[in-house]
Design a protein around this ligand. Structure first.
Ligand SMILES: *Cc1c(COP(=O)(O)O)cnc(C)c1O
Length: 710
C-alpha cells in the first residue's frame, strides 16, 4: 500500500543516476568511498552543501557532471560503490534466517526520541541520539531486521552563539525537509500517509516520513500539519520541549502514535525495544491493539511483556519523566477503559512503590511492562538495580532483574578516514569487517610509531585549522568582538599538548572542574617549556541557566590573558565538531560526578583514533581502563563534596605523568612512550566498545529470546 517517492534531480545524467538513489539513503554517511563520489564531482559544492549529497545535487549544474562522465577512474569507482550499496541494501537474508525462517522484513521495532545519524538530520540533542543513530547503522551492517520509530523535529536544530559577555544564546534553524535524505511516506492515492493517534480528543494527527539507514527504515512522525489545531502542531517542533504537559503530549505521540504507525504500516509481529523511557506508552498501545484483536487483558499483558525490551540510560533522577496524576487523567481517562482498567489500576502501572504520590513514572511503567531490561554499563547496572530494587521487593538487590549491555560506538562512522587507511595497511584488509574481534587489533603493534604519530599530528593540525576557519568566518560575517575571535581558538598551537573536553553542559558533567585550582591551572598551562592547552565545546540546554553559567565561566577564562591564551571554546558543538575533536586532540578529558555518567561514548570515539582517555572512574571507563591505555584520576566513591580533591588529582596526574610522557620525543620528534599508550588505547578499546559488539549482545541476549514469544 505504501510507496516512497524518490526526489528527482533533473541535472543528473542517466549514467550517474545512482548518485541520486544513494543520496536518499544514509548509507553514504558511513562509507567514505560513497562520500568520495560526491566530493570528487566538485569539492567546493560538497563543502558548501555541508557534506549533504541531497542538497548538493539539487543545485548542481549538469556541466560539472560531464568531467566525471569522461573519467574512467571515476566511473569504475562509481560502479563498484553502487554495486556494494545494492548488495548490502537489497540482500534478503538477515541475522535470524537460521532460527526464524518465517520472519520477513521487520523483526524488531526500535523506539527512540532522538537519532543522530549525520549533522544534516537534526534529530538529536546528545549521547542518547548518537547511541540510537549508531545502533541503526550497525543493525544495517549486521543485517538485523529492524524498523525504527522517532520524531521529525522540524525546528530541531538549535545553534549556539556566545554573546560578548560569554552568555550562550540559541538560534533555531528550521529543517529544510527537501534538502535532506528524507522522503514522505505516501499512500497509493499519492497523498502523504497521515495517522491519527487513538483516543486523543481533540484529535492529534501525525504525517509520516522515512529515512533509509542502509537496510533499516526509520519512520519519523511530524505533527506540524494543517489538519492539527495550532497547539498540536507544535508537539513535535523540537526535542524535549519545556513544560510537563507538552512533554507528556510529546511522549503520547511518540509511544502511542509510534505503535499506531507500525499498525498502519502492517507491522504487527515484532519484538519491541524502547531506547529510554520516553516511548514507554507504546507498550500500552500494543496491549490495547492485542485486546482489540481478541486477546484477554491478561494474555495481552503477558504477550507484550514477553516480547519487549527496555534500555534505561541514566542514573540522574531528573532524567526519568514523572507526570502528575491530574495530567494523566486529562489524557488517559478515555484510554484506560480500552485496556479494561479503571483509574486506580491504571495509575498503579506508573507508581514507584516507594514514592507512590510522586506521579506517573515512565521508567516504572517500562520496567513493569517488559520482561527484558538493561542498563548501559556494568557500573550503571549496579546503580540501576539499586535505584529500582523496590519493584522486586522479594529479591535481594543484586538479583533485581536488570542486566547490563555496555554501550559502544559505530566504528565505520567514528574512525577517521586517514586513520582507516593506515589501519588498512597494517591490520589487513578485512579489519573493518571483523572489527569486534580482539585478534584483529593485535597488529596495531606493527604500525611504525612515527607513522601513527604523523597521522595523528596531521589530524591535530586539521582540527586546529578547522577551528580557526570557523572563527574567521564568524569574525568576517558577524563582526564579532576580537576577544571572541581569540577565545574561539585563534591562538591554538599544534606543538602543544592538547586536551579536549566536549559534551553537553549538564551540571553533573562538571565542565569547569579544573578551574577549582586556578593557580594550579595557570601554572600548568603557562609552563614555558612544556605548556598545555585545552579545547572546550558543548551546549547547555536552552532552559538550563546553571549550565550556561558554567559555560560563561569557561568562555571568560578563554579570553583572559592570565591563562596565556591556552584555553579555547569552540561554538556550536555538534556531530561535525565532535568528529574533528575526537580525531585531533591528544587527550580526551572526562570528569563527571560519579556515578552519574551511565556510560559516556565520546571517550570511546577518541580512543578508537588513538586519543587516550583521561577520566574519573565512572561509566564505561571502569571497564575500559587497564592501566596502560589512558589514565584514571579521582576516587570511585567519596563522601561529600569532591570537586576540590578531584581537581587536585587531575593536576597531579597531568603534571607528573602525562606532560612528561608527551614531551619526551626521539631525535625524529616521535614521542615513543606516548605512542605506546596510543596504540594500547586503540588495541584494547576498539573491539570492545564497538556498536557491533553491543548489537550482537542485544541480539543474542534479548532479541532471540523475545522472538520466540512473538
Ligand atoms: C558522542 C557524542 C555525544 C555523547 O558523548 P558523551 O561522552 O556521552 O557525553 C554528545 N554529543 C556529540 C556531538 C557526540 O558526538
Amino acid at each position: 500500500m505504501i510507496t516512497i517517492r524518490e526526489d528527482v534531480f533533473p541535472n543528473l545524467p542517466e549514467r550517474l543516476k545512482g548518485l541520486e538513489e544513494m543520496a536518499n539513503n544514509m548509507w553514504w554517511s558511513w562509507h567514505p568511498a560513497a562520500r568520495n563520489l560526491y566530493k570528487a564531482l566538485n569539492r567546493i559544492a560538497w563543502k558548501e552543501s555541508g557534506h549533504n549529497p541531497v542538497r548538493m545535487l539539487r543545485e548542481f549544474p549538469r556541466s560539472l557532471c560531464e568531467t566525471a562522465m569522461r573519467n574512467p577512474e571515476y566511473l569504475a569507482l562509481y560502479d563498484r560503490v553502487l554495486d556494494q550499496f545494492h548488495r548490502e541494501k537489497d540482500s534478503e537474508d538477515h541475522c535470524f534466517s537460521e532460527n526464524f525462517s518465517g520472519l520477513c522484513g521487520e523483526a524488531v521495532a526500535f523506539f527512540s526520541a532522538e537519532y543522530a545519524l549525520h549533522h544534516s538530520l537534526p534529530f538529536y540533542a546528545g549521547g542518547l541520539g548518537f547511541l540510537a543513530g549508531d545502533y541503526l547503522k550497525e543493525c544495517s551492517d549486521l543485517k538485523v531486521p529492524l524498523v525504527a520509530i522517532g520524531f521529525m523535529y522540524p525546528e530541531g536544530y538549535v545553534h549556539q552563539r556566545i554573546r560578548e559577555d560569554g552568555w550562550q544564546e540559541s538560534m533555531d534553524e528550521v529543517l529544510d525537509r527537501d534538502a535532506a535524505s528524507i522522503s514522505r511516506v505516501l499512500k497509493n492515492s499519492g497523498e502523504q500517509l497521515v495517522v491519527r493517534i487513538p483516543f486523543m480528543d481533540p484529535p492529534i494527527y501525525v504525517a509520516v516520513w522515512k529515512v533509509a539507514v542502509g537496510r533499516i527504515p526509520l519512520y519519523l512522525m511530524d505533527t506540524d500539519i494543517e489538519i492539527n489545531d495550532p497547539w498540536n502542531r507544535k508537539i513535535s517542533c523540537r526535542l524535549y520541549i519545556g513544560g510537563l504537559e507538552e512533554r507528556l503530549r510529546q511522549e503520547i505521540v511518540l509511544g502511542i502514535g509510534g505503535a499506531e504507525v507500525l499498525n498502519t504500516l502492517g507491522i504487527h509481529q515484532t519484538v519491541v525495544h524502547l531506547n529510554e523511557g520516553h516511548p514507554a506508552f507504546a507498550l500500552l498501545e500494543l496491549i490495547r491493539q492485542r485486546m482489540e484483536r481478541g486477546m484477554t487483558q491478561e494474555e495481552a499483558f503477558r504477550s507484550v511483556r514477553s516480547t519487549s525490551i527496555f534500555t534505561t540510560h541514566t542514573p540522574v533522577p531528573a532524567g526519568h519523566d514523572v507526570f502528575p496524576f491530574h495530567l494523566m487523567e486529562k489524557y488517559f481517562s478515555r484510554y484506560w477503559p480500552a485496556l479494561g482498567m479503571d483509574h486506580d489500576s491504571f495509575m498503579r502501572l506508573g507508581m514507584h512503590p516507594e514514592q507512590p504520590a510522586e506521579g506517573f513514572n515512565m521508567t516504572v511503567l517500562a520496567l513493569r511492562l517488559t520482561d527484558f531490561h538493561n542498563a548501559v554499563s556494568r557500573r550503571h547496572g549496579e546503580v540501576t538495580r539499586r535505584m529500582w530494587q523496590s519493584l522486586w521487593p522479594e529479591l535481594p538487590v543484586e538479583q533485581a532483574p536488570i542486566d547490563h549491555i555496555t554501550n559502544g560506538i559505530h566504528v565505520p562512522t567514528w574512525i577517521e578516514p586517514k586513520m582507516e587507511l593506515l589501519f588498512n595497511r597494517y591490520l589487513g584488509k578485512d579489519w573493518l569487517a571483523e572489527h569486534d574481534q580482539e585478534e584483529v587489533w593485535k597488529k596495531i603493534a606493527d604500525i611504525p610509531d612515527s607513522e601513527l604519530w604523523q597521522t595523528h599530528y596531521w589530524l591535530k593540525v586539521k582540527l586546529i585549522n578547522t577551528i580557526r576557519e570557523q572563527i574567521r568566518r564568524r569574525w568576517v560575517r558577524d563582526r564579532i568582538h576580537s576577544s571572541l575571535v581569540l577565545a574561539g581558538g585563534t591562538l591554538l598551537d599544534p606543538y602543544v599538548l592538547t586536551l579536549g573536553f566536549a559534551r553537553r553542559f549538564a551540571t553533573y558533567k562538571r565542565a569547569d572542574l579544573i578551574f577549582h585550582s586556578l593557580e594550579r591551572l595557570k601554572k600548568t598551562l603557562g609552563n614555558r617549556w612544556r605548556p598545555v592547552q585545552i579545547i572546550f565545546a558543548g551546549k547547555a540546554h536552552p532552559d538550563d541557566d546553571a549550565g550556561k553559567q558554567v559555560l560563561q565561566r569557561i568562555f571568560n577564562a578563554a579570553r583572559d590573558p592570565e591563562l596565556y591564551g591556552r584555553i579555547a571554546f569552540v561554538e556550536d558543538y555538534g556531530e561535525q565538531t565532535a568528529q574533528y575533536m575526537v580525531h585531533g586532540v591528544d587527550v580526551w578529558l572526562n570528569n563527571p560526578l560519579p556515578p552519574m555518567e551511565a556510560s559516556g561514548t565520546s571517550g570511546m570515539k577518541a580512543a578508537l583514533n588513538g586519543v587516550p582517555h583521561l577520566s574519573i572512574p565512572d561509566g564505561w571507563w571502569l571497564e575500559g581502563w587497564n592501566g596502560h591505555n589512558g589514565w584514571t584520576f579521582g576516587k570511585e566513591e567519596m563522601e561529600g563534596s569532591r570537586d576540590q580533591a578531584d581537581a587536585e588529582d587531575f593536576y597531579r596526574i597531568l603534571e607528573e605523568t602525562i606532560v612528561p610522557l608527551f614531551y619526551m620525543t626521539d631525535a625524529a620528534g616521535t614521542p615513543k612512550d606516548w605512542v605506546r599508550v596510543m596504540k594500547e588505547s586503540i588495541r584494547s578499546n576498539a573491539p570492545r566498545f564497538s556498536t557491533r559488539r553491543m548489537v550482537k549482545e542485544y541480539r543474542d541476549k534479548f532479541y532471540r529470546k523475545a522472538l520466540k514469544n512473538v
